[in-house]
Design a protein around this ligand. Structure first.
Ligand SMILES: O=c1ccn([C@@H]2O[C@H](COP(=O)(O)OP(=O)(O)O[C@H]3O[C@H](CO)[C@@H](O)[C@H](O)[C@H]3O)[C@@H](O)[C@H]2O)c(=O)[nH]1
Ligand SMILES: [Mn+2]
Length: 579
């Protein structure tokens, strides 16, 4: 930061740092308002470009010495940045390509204005929390060593509406602070959709310097037919920087409206090799993959005071919908030409493995679901013979499980993640594996058969009207089909424990030591799954979960009822059989 200041800042408070275009997308101007919009969710309208605030070039840049708040702005450039509202054209006969389509429209329109070398994009539910954040990202981009080959700098997503105990693992610290940071040692973190600074030409699909040819074809087949836009691309490639946008004229606005029209990017490279990638539920990971595939690297940047902050879905249903979208998007990527096994020519091999992991993980849920359901074996009568796993196999399994955890523990120590974060991550993986991930797999199967993509549900942004309780949303339970498997797993385990208790009473005298150990191990398994599903149990309790102790009463009651039923049925059967 100091080097940056020394090299680029001028004594008059201005700076010669390259410009940044900031993109904010919003899907629904009502739920996600920005000030001047009309309503056009699906709609049929031409592209709209409104310059809300023009670029302030001349005039007095510095603030006043003594402001009303006793803050001194005498050395600060207080001009407001240019602000432009864009609504890309929509037409029922063309796909608007959701967020990626909106971002690409902003990419083209901004090229005609500032054509800034760098771009940072935000979800509408995120804000800048640290005024030095953009400079921090610049440090990586302008770095002597690898700066020129760095395509994007990704910041972690932080949230300020999450309940203190982070019940549904919204903070995702293991992923952000562990996995993403670790990827810095390979080719860099993947692009995560918000809080990411890009190099404009990397988004255009231009190769990194070490692979770049001298004569890059900038043609309409690839970039669309706007001559001013094609010019801007050539300028961007040649690093011809103008920090001041041209005067806003009618022709300029008309040209911008043309490049954001519904049909402008059809039958071009946009959404494929150029810009943010289309036809997938998660444009982020695949866009990052495309860029890494060209040989660019990326950087992960965390700051002492969080750079950006946003809103997380804090009720379980909403959170699981988000996970279905992410894992479904990953699977869509796996079954596309961007499959990490075949796509991305210049991806480093370990980075490839990481992308492979990021795209196939939802499939593992099928095995986990089966495993979590296995306690139903307790319900099977003793006469049915089930082959017990060989001791050697069990030992191998235990060693592997232990190793996985030890590696996990070392990783979180290295990343500075807390035990609570680690534990929430474990719990939420189990909840997701019995609900959202299998749902995503099912979606994918349907998708492969019918070609229907995953519907992007914008996550709800507002907490309930109940203003007394900031986390009221947490207890807002909505039943959806994907919650059924997790509920079944929970019931199966509660039932299994109850039956185990019943069997203990009935067979106490008859069981051998070996049988007792097996029963004890089985119970350990049940309890382990129940502990993992604890946040889920709280979720389905709805408002009752405000007092989690209730669960400590409810569960034993449930065990006892099952136990009594088992014993009763046993006695009934016995007496029935003797007569
Ligand atoms: O058709 C759409 C859908 C969404 N969005 C925007 O996309 C952002 C993310 O939507 P949100 O409902 O908040 O989903 P999240 O799960 O919070 O988003 C995460 O996951 C998305 C991919 O699934 C990424 O695009 C986001 O950057 C990432 O924060 C928001 O700004 C939306 O306005 C659009 O602009 N158009
Ligand atoms: Mn969001």
């Amino acid at each position: 930061m100091v080097a940056l200041r020394r090299q680029y800042d001028l004594p008059d408070g201005t700076s010669t740092l390259p410009g940044i275009d900031v993109f904010v997308t919003t899907a629904d101007p009502i739920d996600e308002p920005i000030d001047t919009t009309e309503i056009h969710r699906k709609g049929h309208h031409a592209g709209i470009v409104k310059v809300v605030l023009d670029h302030s070039v001349r005039g007095h840049n510095l603030g006043s010495q003594a402001s009303t708040h006793n803050l001194n702005f005498a050395n600060t450039d207080v001009r407001l940045p240019m602000l432009v509202y864009i609504s890309r054209g929509k037409n029922p006969s063309y796909d608007h390509n959701k967020k990626a389509g909106a971002l690409n429209a902003q990419l083209r329109a901004s090229a005609l204005l500032s054509n800034a070398q760098f771009i940072i994009n935000f979800d509408c539910d995120h804000y800048i929390n640290n005024s030095q954040a953009l400079r921090a990202a610049m440090c990586f981009m302008l770095d002597q060593r690898q700066g020129d080959s760095t395509a994007f700098v990704q910041f972690p997503q932080r949230f300020d509406n999450v309940d203190p105990s982070d019940r549904y693992g919204n903070h995702n610290r293991v992923f952000f602070d562990g996995t993403m940071l670790a990827l810095n040692g390979l080719q860099g973190p993947s692009y995560l959709g918000t809080g990411c600074m890009f190099r404009r030409i990397a988004l255009y699909g231009i190769d990194p310097p070490e692979w770049r040819h001298d004569n890059i074809v900038v043609d309409d087949k690839r970039f669309g037919s706007s001559i001013p836009f094609l010019d801007s691309v050539s300028k961007a490639i040649n690093q011809e920087r103008s920090t001041i946008p041209p005067p806003i004229s009618e022709t300029l606005v008309a040209e911008m409206e043309r490049v954001v029209s519904a049909s402008h990017d059809k039958a071009t490279g946009w959404g494929k090799g150029v810009g943010y990638i289309y036809d997938i539920a998660t444009e982020d990971i695949v866009t990052g993959f495309r860029i890494h595939g060209q040989g660019w690297r990326s950087m992960y940047c965390t700051m002492e005071r969080d750079a950006f902050c946003g809103i997380a879905p804090i009720n379980l249903t909403e959170r699981l919908h988000q996970i279905v979208r992410w894992s479904g998007g990953s699977l869509e990527m796996f079954f596309s030409l961007n499959n990490p096994l075949i796509g991305g020519r210049r991806i480093q091999s370990l980075q490839r493995v990481s992308y492979l992991n990021m795209t196939v993980y939802p499939v593992t849920s099928l095995f986990i679901l089966l495993y979590a359901l296995s306690p139903v074996m307790w319900l099977i009568p003793d006469e049915v013979y089930i082959q017990r796993p060989f001791t050697k196999y069990v030992v191998f399994l235990l060693v592997i499980i232990l190793m996985i955890h030890v590696i996990g523990w070392l990783e979180i120590k290295w990343a500075g993640v807390t035990w609570l974060d680690y534990w929430r991550n474990e719990q939420f993986f189990m909840i997701g594996s019995t609900s959202a991930y299998p749902a995503a797999v099912l979606h994918m199967v349907v998708n492969l058969l019918t070609k229907k993509g995953i519907h992007f549900r914008v996550t709800s942004k507002q907490t309930a009207a109940d203003t007394n309780d900031k986390f009221a949303d947490l207890y807002d339970m909505r039943w959806v089909p994907m919650l059924i498997p997790t509920t079944v797993v929970l019931i199966a385990n509660v039932g299994a424990i109850g039956v185990a208790m019943g069997k203990t009473i009935v067979y106490m005298g008859a069981w051998t030591i070996a049988q007792k150990t097996h029963a004890a191990l089985g119970l350990l398994f049940n309890v382990w799954i129940m502990v993992l599903l604890y946040p889920f149990a709280l979720a389905i309790m709805g408002r009752w979960a405000k007092r989690p102790v209730i669960l400590l009463v409810l569960l034993p009651v449930a065990f006892t009822i099952v136990c009594l039923v088992y014993v009763a049925v046993h006695i009934l059967l016995l007496s029935y059989l003797t007569f």
